[in-house]
Design a protein around this ligand. Structure first.
Ligand code: HEC
Ligand code: HEC
Ligand code: HEC
Ligand code: HEC
Ligand code: HEC
Length: 387
């Protein structure tokens, strides 16, 4: 009697555990927490003296800034073909838009409230002021510069044809980027608080603030608008993983050779240091990674030995989100990578070394059906060391 009851309890417990894990494997996962900062789109009014809040309107006078911004991924945040594919693959969730097309009138529908506590399921209504041209501008000027019908800027000025409010936060280095790039959130079932798209996840809210603006918007002296006098300003380049020179500028490579005569062995020690990015190298979405590829060739250019190191964030997604391992390069900390070989009757001619930056890997590219027009990986360092 007692025995059968115990068996029953055990079976039920086991069934519960099994269904819990089955649910963890099958349910849709929301890999981030919807923070107040980006739960709704931004409502803005057209400032006096301007015809619209479109970047093209600003570009009539801020010609240089408009050009720089146009070449940045901010201007591509909606049209970026990789985003487009991924957005549809992820069921075209409204929440994605709050960072990629964050202005209310960039979106087809208004967010009127939420059906769920997690705020992943908004109550939507038609938006009569929706503007598809504005949507195509992605993270447009007004996202950072318009508040309460006024232009928000870093300095006092009386020369502008539009009202200006000075916001000291604009020059603070991290504040203007925080809404979309520096967010976190804790939930019971994640052992890793990833911001949406995993962007600069290593920079925690409240920690010492790196000067994002300082590195991503280089200082320059020039007229801020057509016909105004020269003054200090900033180039709106926002360069990152899509610009090889930017990525290259963050990496320092050194190597040394050690020969152990009695053991008949040669050893190369490569030291890679992230000297140029005040976050990890690479940073950004978990898609990004670096490889250090080493190939030892003989006189006929045949490969004798090869080895590849990966600098990457490894994440377990199911049944729980766990940050397994992170081999990326932290700011200022040298990392050593070793390549060793024995001398035998096939003498090596050279060692070929390539360091490559990957925007995403082949597997993910295939999984979502992304047909890239620009390469998804490119070399940032290469050398042939004769032996
Ligand atoms: C008709 C020309 C014109 C248009 C259109 C225009 N601006 Fe300006 N803007 C100016 C001038 C002129 C200044 C003053 C420059 C100076 O002080 O040297 C200025 C100043 C600024 C400043 C700096 C304020 C500060 O803190 O010094 C910002 C930011 C700015 N504009 C943003 C915008 C944005 C965003 C748009 C589009 C929504 C826009 N402007 C449209 C002419 C224009
Ligand atoms: C309204 C949200 C938002 C704000 C605010 C914002 N960004 Fe971004 N940023 C994005 C999005 C979205 C992307 C990705 C666009 C894409 O690749 O589809 C991005 C991409 C980038 C990139 C990557 C470029 C590349 O080559 O991949 C850099 C660098 C960047 N932002 C820097 C900044 C800095 C610095 C600030 C603050 C001055 C800032 N961003 C503020 C949304 C934002
Ligand atoms: C992701 C946020 C962001 C976007 C998008 C953005 N700006 Fe800025 N902008 C800034 C920040 C931050 C500063 C102040 C930097 C500082 O001086 O420390 C600034 C400064 C300015 C200034 C003051 C002068 C100068 O050169 O610093 C003007 C004018 C300006 N922006 C116009 C524009 C225009 C026009 C666009 C669109 C074509 C635009 N901005 C897009 C963040 C942004
Ligand atoms: C000391 C200079 C420096 C500072 C400070 C800095 N960055 Fe970067 N950032 C870089 C360099 C260099 C790269 C290119 C290498 C890489 O991806 O790590 C980069 C890359 C990026 C990228 C591109 C990631 C991708 O996937 O393409 C983003 C986004 C970014 N930074 C955002 C930020 C934000 C937000 C801050 C502030 C919290 C910040 N950065 C502070 C230098 C800097
Ligand atoms: C809190 C703001 C935020 C939300 C919400 C958000 N993103 Fe992003 N997204 C970003 C930022 C910032 C970047 C740039 C990441 C980086 O490289 O550091 C980015 C980059 C991306 C990229 C990489 C583009 C490239 O250049 O390689 C894709 C794809 C993407 N997002 C898709 C989505 C999808 C799909 C959703 C909704 C499920 C979404 N994003 C929601 C902020 C956001």
């Amino acid at each position: 009697m007692k025995n059968t009851r115990a068996k029953k309890t055990l079976t039920i417990t086991l069934l519960l555990i099994i269904s819990f894990f089955a649910w963890r494997f099958l349910r849709p996962i929301n890999i981030f927490v919807v923070d107040e900062k980006f739960e709704r789109p931004i409502h803005v009014e057209i400032p006096q003296g301007l015809r619209s809040i479109s970047a093209k309107e600003c570009g009539r006078c801020h010609v240089e800034i408009y050009k720089e911004w146009s070449g940045s991924m901010h201007a591509m945040a909606w049209e970026d073909p990789y985003f487009q594919i991924d957005f549809v693959y992820d069921d075209s969730k409204q929440i994605c838009l709050n960072c990629h097309t964050p202005l209310e009138n960039q979106q087809k529908e208004l967010v009127l409230g939420f059906k769920d506590r997690g705020k992943f399921d908004p109550i939507l209504g038609p938006n009569p002021n929706s503007d598809a041209d504005l949507r195509d501008e992605g993270v447009t000027c007004a996202v950072c510069h318009v508040k309460e019908g006024r232009i928000v800027g870093p300095y006092e000025t009386t020369d502008a044809p539009h009202p200006v409010t000075v916001d000291p936060g604009m020059t603070s280095g991290m504040k203007p980027c925080q809404r979309c790039h520096v967010v976190s959130g804790n939930r019971w079932d994640t052992f890793y608080s990833i911001p949406p798209c995993g962007t600069v996840a290593e920079i925690k809210e409240g920690a010492q603030e790196p000067n994002c603006v300082g590195c991503h918007m280089p200082e320059i002296r020039r007229p801020v608008a057509t016909g105004t006098k020269e003054r200090k300003g900033r180039q709106h380049l926002f360069r990152g993983g899509h610009h090889s020179e930017m990525v290259r500028s963050a990496l320092q490579v050194k190597y040394r050779k050690e020969i152990e005569k009695d053991e008949n062995r040669t050893k190369f020690i490569f030291t890679l240091t992230n000297t140029g990015a005040a976050h990890y190298l690479p940073t950004g979405t978990p898609d990004r990674y670096l490889t250090l590829e080493l190939r030892l060739l003989d006189r006929e250019s045949r490969v004798i030995k090869e080895k590849t190191y990966k600098m990457k964030r490894y994440i377990l997604w199911r049944p729980f989100i766990i940050d397994l391992k992170d081999t990326r390069l932290p700011y200022g900390l040298p990392r050593e990578y070793i390549f060793e070989f024995k001398h035998d009757n096939n003498p090596p001619k050279e060692l070929d070394v390539t360091i490559r930056y990957h925007l995403l890997d082949e597997k993910r590219k295939k999984a979502i059906g992304y047909e890239n027009r620009e390469p998804i990986a490119y070399p940032i360092y290469s050398i042939e060391i004769p032996l």
